[in-house]
Ligand binder design. Structure first.
Ligand code: SF4
Length: 402
Protein backbone atom coordinates (compact mmCIF):
# COMPACT_ATOMS: atom_id res chain seq x y z
CA UNK A 1 0.00 0.00 0.00
CA UNK A 2 1.19 3.56 -0.65
CA UNK A 3 0.98 4.59 3.00
CA UNK A 4 1.96 8.18 2.29
CA UNK A 5 -0.79 8.64 -0.30
CA UNK A 6 -3.32 7.02 2.06
CA UNK A 7 -2.37 9.38 4.93
CA UNK A 8 -2.63 12.34 2.55
CA UNK A 9 -6.13 11.36 1.45
CA UNK A 10 -7.16 10.74 5.07
CA UNK A 11 -5.90 14.21 6.04
CA UNK A 12 -8.26 15.68 3.44
CA UNK A 13 -11.29 13.72 4.59
CA UNK A 14 -14.08 15.39 6.63
CA UNK A 15 -14.29 12.23 8.71
CA UNK A 16 -10.73 12.59 10.00
CA UNK A 17 -9.85 14.86 12.96
CA UNK A 18 -6.36 15.47 14.29
CA UNK A 19 -7.16 18.44 16.51
CA UNK A 20 -9.57 19.21 19.33
CA UNK A 21 -13.08 20.55 18.74
CA UNK A 22 -12.93 23.89 20.55
CA UNK A 23 -13.95 22.66 24.02
CA UNK A 24 -10.49 23.21 25.56
CA UNK A 25 -11.65 25.41 28.45
CA UNK A 26 -14.29 22.96 29.70
CA UNK A 27 -12.01 19.95 29.31
CA UNK A 28 -9.02 21.59 30.97
CA UNK A 29 -11.13 22.31 34.10
CA UNK A 30 -12.37 18.72 34.13
CA UNK A 31 -8.87 17.29 33.76
CA UNK A 32 -7.49 19.59 36.43
CA UNK A 33 -10.12 18.29 38.87
CA UNK A 34 -9.68 14.65 38.01
CA UNK A 35 -5.93 14.30 37.55
CA UNK A 36 -4.02 17.16 39.24
CA UNK A 37 -2.90 17.08 42.86
CA UNK A 38 -2.28 19.96 45.25
CA UNK A 39 0.03 17.80 47.36
CA UNK A 40 2.26 16.91 44.40
CA UNK A 41 2.36 20.56 43.31
CA UNK A 42 3.37 21.51 46.85
CA UNK A 43 6.23 18.97 46.77
CA UNK A 44 7.37 20.29 43.39
CA UNK A 45 7.33 23.85 44.73
CA UNK A 46 9.54 22.98 47.65
CA UNK A 47 12.35 21.37 45.74
CA UNK A 48 10.79 17.93 45.04
CA UNK A 49 11.16 16.86 48.68
CA UNK A 50 8.72 16.33 51.52
CA UNK A 51 9.18 15.01 55.01
CA UNK A 52 6.27 13.63 56.97
CA UNK A 53 6.81 11.61 60.16
CA UNK A 54 9.52 9.06 59.49
CA UNK A 55 9.20 9.34 55.72
CA UNK A 56 11.23 11.55 53.42
CA UNK A 57 9.90 11.63 49.89
CA UNK A 58 12.24 12.47 47.04
CA UNK A 59 10.36 13.07 43.81
CA UNK A 60 12.08 12.83 40.44
CA UNK A 61 12.36 16.30 38.89
CA UNK A 62 10.43 15.15 35.80
CA UNK A 63 7.73 12.51 36.02
CA UNK A 64 4.12 11.78 35.22
CA UNK A 65 1.85 12.97 32.41
CA UNK A 66 3.79 14.03 29.35
CA UNK A 67 2.59 16.54 26.83
CA UNK A 68 1.50 13.87 24.30
CA UNK A 69 -0.55 11.94 26.86
CA UNK A 70 -2.24 15.04 28.24
CA UNK A 71 -3.11 16.07 24.69
CA UNK A 72 -4.54 12.61 23.86
CA UNK A 73 -6.70 12.46 26.99
CA UNK A 74 -7.94 16.02 26.43
CA UNK A 75 -8.88 15.13 22.83
CA UNK A 76 -10.77 12.06 24.06
CA UNK A 77 -12.72 14.21 26.54
CA UNK A 78 -13.42 16.78 23.83
CA UNK A 79 -14.64 14.02 21.53
CA UNK A 80 -17.23 12.97 24.12
CA UNK A 81 -18.43 16.58 24.46
CA UNK A 82 -18.51 17.12 20.72
CA UNK A 83 -20.36 13.88 19.89
CA UNK A 84 -22.72 13.58 22.87
CA UNK A 85 -24.99 10.92 21.39
CA UNK A 86 -22.80 8.94 18.98
CA UNK A 87 -21.20 5.65 19.90
CA UNK A 88 -17.52 6.26 20.64
CA UNK A 89 -14.80 3.62 20.53
CA UNK A 90 -11.09 3.57 21.32
CA UNK A 91 -9.00 1.14 19.28
CA UNK A 92 -7.04 0.29 22.38
CA UNK A 93 -6.32 1.93 25.72
CA UNK A 94 -6.11 5.71 25.19
CA UNK A 95 -2.89 5.57 27.23
CA UNK A 96 -1.38 2.90 29.49
CA UNK A 97 -3.09 3.90 32.71
CA UNK A 98 -5.95 1.94 34.29
CA UNK A 99 -7.59 4.88 36.10
CA UNK A 100 -7.69 7.10 32.99
CA UNK A 101 -9.09 4.25 30.89
CA UNK A 102 -11.71 3.56 33.55
CA UNK A 103 -12.70 7.23 33.58
CA UNK A 104 -13.35 7.03 29.84
CA UNK A 105 -15.43 3.89 30.30
CA UNK A 106 -17.47 5.84 32.85
CA UNK A 107 -18.05 8.45 30.13
CA UNK A 108 -19.55 5.68 27.97
CA UNK A 109 -16.54 5.37 25.68
CA UNK A 110 -16.14 1.74 24.55
CA UNK A 111 -12.90 -0.17 24.08
CA UNK A 112 -12.50 -2.47 21.11
CA UNK A 113 -12.02 -5.97 22.41
CA UNK A 114 -9.04 -8.11 21.52
CA UNK A 115 -10.15 -11.65 20.63
CA UNK A 116 -7.42 -14.29 20.10
CA UNK A 117 -4.82 -11.56 19.77
CA UNK A 118 -6.82 -9.64 17.11
CA UNK A 119 -8.90 -6.50 17.63
CA UNK A 120 -12.52 -7.21 16.92
CA UNK A 121 -13.64 -4.33 14.69
CA UNK A 122 -16.91 -6.05 13.70
CA UNK A 123 -18.69 -4.11 16.50
CA UNK A 124 -17.91 -0.77 14.85
CA UNK A 125 -20.52 0.66 12.48
CA UNK A 126 -20.54 3.41 9.90
CA UNK A 127 -21.06 6.76 11.63
CA UNK A 128 -19.47 5.62 14.90
CA UNK A 129 -16.64 7.73 16.25
CA UNK A 130 -13.32 5.95 16.75
CA UNK A 131 -10.46 7.44 18.77
CA UNK A 132 -6.91 6.37 17.92
CA UNK A 133 -4.67 6.39 21.01
CA UNK A 134 -1.55 8.46 21.82
CA UNK A 135 0.78 5.70 20.60
CA UNK A 136 -1.02 5.52 17.25
CA UNK A 137 -2.66 2.78 15.21
CA UNK A 138 -1.48 0.76 12.25
CA UNK A 139 -2.17 2.04 8.76
CA UNK A 140 -4.30 -1.08 8.10
CA UNK A 141 -6.55 -0.21 11.07
CA UNK A 142 -6.92 3.37 9.83
CA UNK A 143 -7.79 2.09 6.37
CA UNK A 144 -10.38 -0.32 7.74
CA UNK A 145 -12.06 2.38 9.85
CA UNK A 146 -12.03 4.78 6.94
CA UNK A 147 -13.64 2.20 4.65
CA UNK A 148 -16.32 1.55 7.28
CA UNK A 149 -17.23 5.26 7.16
CA UNK A 150 -16.30 6.00 10.78
CA UNK A 151 -15.34 9.39 12.10
CA UNK A 152 -11.71 9.04 13.16
CA UNK A 153 -10.26 11.16 15.96
CA UNK A 154 -6.51 10.66 15.77
CA UNK A 155 -4.73 11.51 19.04
CA UNK A 156 -1.39 10.02 17.91
CA UNK A 157 1.38 12.00 19.58
CA UNK A 158 3.27 14.16 17.07
CA UNK A 159 6.50 12.57 18.33
CA UNK A 160 5.22 9.20 17.19
CA UNK A 161 4.15 10.67 13.82
CA UNK A 162 7.72 11.97 13.51
CA UNK A 163 8.99 8.39 13.72
CA UNK A 164 6.49 7.37 11.03
CA UNK A 165 7.89 10.10 8.79
CA UNK A 166 11.37 8.75 9.48
CA UNK A 167 10.52 5.22 8.36
CA UNK A 168 8.76 6.67 5.29
CA UNK A 169 12.08 8.37 4.44
CA UNK A 170 13.95 5.08 4.87
CA UNK A 171 11.44 3.43 2.55
CA UNK A 172 11.83 6.15 -0.08
CA UNK A 173 15.63 5.77 0.04
CA UNK A 174 15.31 1.93 -0.14
CA UNK A 175 16.86 1.52 3.31
CA UNK A 176 15.71 -1.10 5.79
CA UNK A 177 14.34 0.47 8.99
CA UNK A 178 16.00 -0.98 12.06
CA UNK A 179 13.48 -0.17 14.78
CA UNK A 180 14.61 -0.26 18.41
CA UNK A 181 11.45 -1.39 20.16
CA UNK A 182 9.22 -4.21 21.31
CA UNK A 183 7.68 -6.07 18.36
CA UNK A 184 4.29 -6.40 20.10
CA UNK A 185 4.01 -2.87 21.53
CA UNK A 186 1.20 -0.94 19.82
CA UNK A 187 3.47 1.93 18.89
CA UNK A 188 6.01 -0.33 17.21
CA UNK A 189 3.23 -2.28 15.45
CA UNK A 190 1.97 1.05 14.08
CA UNK A 191 5.45 2.27 13.13
CA UNK A 192 6.32 -0.94 11.31
CA UNK A 193 3.06 -0.69 9.35
CA UNK A 194 4.36 2.54 7.79
CA UNK A 195 7.83 1.10 7.12
CA UNK A 196 8.83 -0.75 3.96
CA UNK A 197 11.41 -3.37 4.85
CA UNK A 198 12.03 -3.45 8.57
CA UNK A 199 13.67 -5.34 11.41
CA UNK A 200 12.81 -4.75 15.07
CA UNK A 201 15.62 -5.13 17.63
CA UNK A 202 14.76 -5.23 21.31
CA UNK A 203 18.14 -4.29 22.77
CA UNK A 204 21.84 -3.77 22.20
CA UNK A 205 22.49 -7.51 22.32
CA UNK A 206 20.16 -8.13 19.37
CA UNK A 207 21.69 -5.16 17.52
CA UNK A 208 25.17 -6.68 18.07
CA UNK A 209 23.95 -9.93 16.51
CA UNK A 210 22.72 -7.94 13.47
CA UNK A 211 26.00 -5.95 13.27
CA UNK A 212 27.99 -9.17 13.35
CA UNK A 213 25.84 -10.62 10.58
CA UNK A 214 26.41 -7.50 8.47
CA UNK A 215 30.17 -7.73 8.88
CA UNK A 216 30.73 -11.48 8.82
CA UNK A 217 27.59 -13.02 7.31
CA UNK A 218 26.08 -16.09 8.95
CA UNK A 219 23.26 -18.57 8.84
CA UNK A 220 20.24 -16.79 7.34
CA UNK A 221 17.82 -19.45 8.60
CA UNK A 222 19.08 -18.92 12.16
CA UNK A 223 18.75 -15.15 11.68
CA UNK A 224 15.16 -15.42 10.50
CA UNK A 225 14.26 -17.80 13.32
CA UNK A 226 15.73 -15.42 15.90
CA UNK A 227 13.72 -12.47 14.55
CA UNK A 228 10.70 -14.50 13.42
CA UNK A 229 8.17 -12.04 14.90
CA UNK A 230 10.20 -8.92 14.23
CA UNK A 231 10.73 -8.50 10.50
CA UNK A 232 8.82 -7.50 7.40
CA UNK A 233 7.38 -10.16 5.11
CA UNK A 234 10.01 -11.69 2.80
CA UNK A 235 12.92 -10.22 4.77
CA UNK A 236 16.28 -11.53 3.57
CA UNK A 237 19.22 -10.69 5.87
CA UNK A 238 21.73 -11.14 3.03
CA UNK A 239 19.90 -8.63 0.83
CA UNK A 240 18.10 -6.30 3.24
CA UNK A 241 20.96 -5.28 5.53
CA UNK A 242 23.03 -3.50 2.90
CA UNK A 243 21.35 -0.15 3.56
CA UNK A 244 19.80 0.60 6.94
CA UNK A 245 18.22 3.49 8.83
CA UNK A 246 17.48 3.82 12.54
CA UNK A 247 14.13 4.51 14.18
CA UNK A 248 12.78 3.67 17.60
CA UNK A 249 9.78 3.25 19.81
CA UNK A 250 9.73 6.67 21.50
CA UNK A 251 9.76 5.23 25.01
CA UNK A 252 12.82 2.98 24.87
CA UNK A 253 15.89 3.67 26.99
CA UNK A 254 17.52 6.69 25.38
CA UNK A 255 21.10 5.56 26.03
CA UNK A 256 20.44 2.19 24.45
CA UNK A 257 18.89 3.68 21.28
CA UNK A 258 21.95 5.91 20.94
CA UNK A 259 24.29 2.95 21.40
CA UNK A 260 22.42 0.95 18.76
CA UNK A 261 22.59 3.90 16.34
CA UNK A 262 26.34 4.30 16.90
CA UNK A 263 26.96 0.55 16.61
CA UNK A 264 25.21 0.30 13.24
CA UNK A 265 26.83 3.48 11.97
CA UNK A 266 30.30 2.08 12.81
CA UNK A 267 29.37 -1.27 11.34
CA UNK A 268 28.39 0.31 8.00
CA UNK A 269 31.52 2.47 8.06
CA UNK A 270 33.72 -0.60 8.60
CA UNK A 271 31.97 -2.57 5.90
CA UNK A 272 31.67 0.10 3.19
CA UNK A 273 34.21 2.79 4.18
CA UNK A 274 33.57 6.35 5.44
CA UNK A 275 33.07 7.81 1.96
CA UNK A 276 30.16 5.38 1.30
CA UNK A 277 28.52 5.76 4.72
CA UNK A 278 25.74 8.07 3.49
CA UNK A 279 24.67 5.47 0.94
CA UNK A 280 24.33 2.76 3.59
CA UNK A 281 23.22 4.42 6.82
CA UNK A 282 20.53 6.96 7.79
CA UNK A 283 20.19 8.18 11.35
CA UNK A 284 17.45 10.33 12.86
CA UNK A 285 16.90 11.29 16.46
CA UNK A 286 13.43 10.01 17.27
CA UNK A 287 13.65 9.84 21.06
CA UNK A 288 10.94 12.10 22.45
CA UNK A 289 11.84 14.90 24.88
CA UNK A 290 9.50 13.65 27.59
CA UNK A 291 11.07 10.18 27.67
CA UNK A 292 14.50 11.75 27.75
CA UNK A 293 13.62 14.16 30.60
CA UNK A 294 12.03 11.43 32.72
CA UNK A 295 14.97 9.07 32.27
CA UNK A 296 17.50 11.85 33.01
CA UNK A 297 15.56 12.82 36.16
CA UNK A 298 15.54 9.19 37.27
CA UNK A 299 19.30 8.94 36.72
CA UNK A 300 19.65 12.00 38.99
CA UNK A 301 17.29 10.62 41.63
CA UNK A 302 19.05 7.25 42.01
CA UNK A 303 22.24 9.13 42.96
CA UNK A 304 20.49 10.12 46.23
CA UNK A 305 20.72 8.01 49.33
CA UNK A 306 17.43 6.13 48.93
CA UNK A 307 16.16 3.18 50.94
CA UNK A 308 13.78 2.21 48.17
CA UNK A 309 12.04 3.40 45.02
CA UNK A 310 8.39 3.31 44.08
CA UNK A 311 7.78 3.50 40.34
CA UNK A 312 4.14 4.19 39.48
CA UNK A 313 2.58 3.43 36.10
CA UNK A 314 0.62 0.92 34.03
CA UNK A 315 2.17 -2.56 33.89
CA UNK A 316 2.11 -2.47 30.08
CA UNK A 317 3.71 0.99 29.99
CA UNK A 318 7.08 0.72 28.32
CA UNK A 319 8.45 4.03 29.63
CA UNK A 320 7.52 3.11 33.22
CA UNK A 321 9.30 -0.25 32.92
CA UNK A 322 12.43 1.54 31.72
CA UNK A 323 12.35 3.82 34.79
CA UNK A 324 12.16 0.71 36.94
CA UNK A 325 15.14 -0.76 35.05
CA UNK A 326 17.29 2.23 36.04
CA UNK A 327 16.55 1.68 39.76
CA UNK A 328 17.16 -2.07 39.51
CA UNK A 329 20.49 -1.54 37.72
CA UNK A 330 21.61 0.63 40.65
CA UNK A 331 20.69 -2.12 43.13
CA UNK A 332 17.93 -0.05 44.79
CA UNK A 333 14.91 -2.07 45.99
CA UNK A 334 12.23 -0.87 43.59
CA UNK A 335 8.48 -1.51 43.54
CA UNK A 336 6.51 -0.99 40.33
CA UNK A 337 2.82 -0.50 41.12
CA UNK A 338 -0.01 0.79 38.96
CA UNK A 339 -2.19 2.30 41.69
CA UNK A 340 -2.41 2.95 45.43
CA UNK A 341 -4.75 -0.02 45.80
CA UNK A 342 -1.69 -2.31 45.45
CA UNK A 343 -0.52 -1.14 48.87
CA UNK A 344 -2.28 -3.05 51.58
CA UNK A 345 -2.58 -2.82 55.33
CA UNK A 346 -0.02 -4.77 57.37
CA UNK A 347 2.93 -3.41 55.38
CA UNK A 348 2.47 -5.42 52.20
CA UNK A 349 2.54 -4.43 48.58
CA UNK A 350 1.55 -6.20 45.40
CA UNK A 351 4.06 -5.13 42.77
CA UNK A 352 5.57 -6.20 39.47
CA UNK A 353 9.28 -7.03 39.59
CA UNK A 354 11.12 -6.39 36.32
CA UNK A 355 10.21 -9.01 33.66
CA UNK A 356 8.21 -11.07 36.19
CA UNK A 357 4.56 -11.45 37.12
CA UNK A 358 2.92 -9.72 40.06
CA UNK A 359 4.29 -10.65 43.49
CA UNK A 360 3.37 -9.73 47.04
CA UNK A 361 6.14 -8.37 49.25
CA UNK A 362 5.67 -8.34 53.02
CA UNK A 363 7.29 -5.73 55.27
CA UNK A 364 8.44 -3.74 52.29
CA UNK A 365 8.68 -0.45 54.19
CA UNK A 366 11.70 -0.71 56.54
CA UNK A 367 11.39 0.31 60.19
CA UNK A 368 12.49 3.78 61.34
CA UNK A 369 13.29 6.83 59.21
CA UNK A 370 13.31 6.08 55.49
CA UNK A 371 13.96 7.95 52.25
CA UNK A 372 11.77 6.91 49.34
CA UNK A 373 12.38 7.90 45.73
CA UNK A 374 9.21 8.35 43.70
CA UNK A 375 8.67 8.56 39.98
CA UNK A 376 5.85 7.81 37.60
CA UNK A 377 5.49 7.01 33.93
CA UNK A 378 4.27 9.38 31.24
CA UNK A 379 0.70 8.02 31.47
CA UNK A 380 0.27 8.49 35.22
CA UNK A 381 -1.78 11.38 36.62
CA UNK A 382 -0.41 13.23 39.68
CA UNK A 383 -3.57 12.27 41.57
CA UNK A 384 -2.47 8.61 41.48
CA UNK A 385 0.97 9.57 42.84
CA UNK A 386 -0.71 11.50 45.67
CA UNK A 387 -2.85 8.47 46.57
CA UNK A 388 0.29 6.31 46.74
CA UNK A 389 2.08 8.80 49.01
CA UNK A 390 -0.92 9.05 51.35
CA UNK A 391 -1.00 5.25 51.68
CA UNK A 392 2.72 5.16 52.51
CA UNK A 393 2.39 7.94 55.12
CA UNK A 394 -0.55 6.08 56.68
CA UNK A 395 1.32 2.76 56.87
CA UNK A 396 4.39 4.33 58.43
CA UNK A 397 2.30 6.30 60.93
CA UNK A 398 0.57 3.07 62.02
CA UNK A 399 3.93 1.26 62.32
CA UNK A 400 5.38 4.12 64.37
CA UNK A 401 2.43 4.12 66.77
CA UNK A 402 2.79 0.38 67.54
S1 SF4 B 1 6.09 9.69 25.85
FE1 SF4 B 1 6.73 11.10 24.20
S2 SF4 B 1 6.00 10.11 22.31
FE2 SF4 B 1 4.91 9.15 24.01
S3 SF4 B 1 3.02 10.34 24.19
FE3 SF4 B 1 4.50 11.26 25.60
S4 SF4 B 1 5.44 12.96 24.43
FE4 SF4 B 1 4.44 11.56 22.96
Amino acid sequence: MDTKAFKRSLNNSDNYHRKGFGHEAKVSGQMQNEYQSNLIQHIRDQGYTLQRGEVTIRLAEAFGFCWGVERAVAMAYETRTHFPTQRIWITNEIIHNPSVNQRLRDMDVHFIEVVNGEKSFSVVDSGDVVILPAFGASVQEMQLLNEKGCKIVDTTCPWVSKVWNTVEKHKKASHTSIIHGKYNHEETVATSSFAGTYLIVLNLQEAEYVANYILNGGDSAEFLAKFSRSHSVGFDPDRDLERVGIANQTTMLKGETEQIGKLLEHTMMRKYGPDQLNNHFLSFNTICDATQERQDAMLGLVEDNLDLMVVIGGYNSSNTTHLQEIAVERGIPSYHIDSASRIGAGNRVEHKPLHRDLEVAENWLPKGAIAIGITSGASTPDKVVEEVLEKIFELKAVAQAL
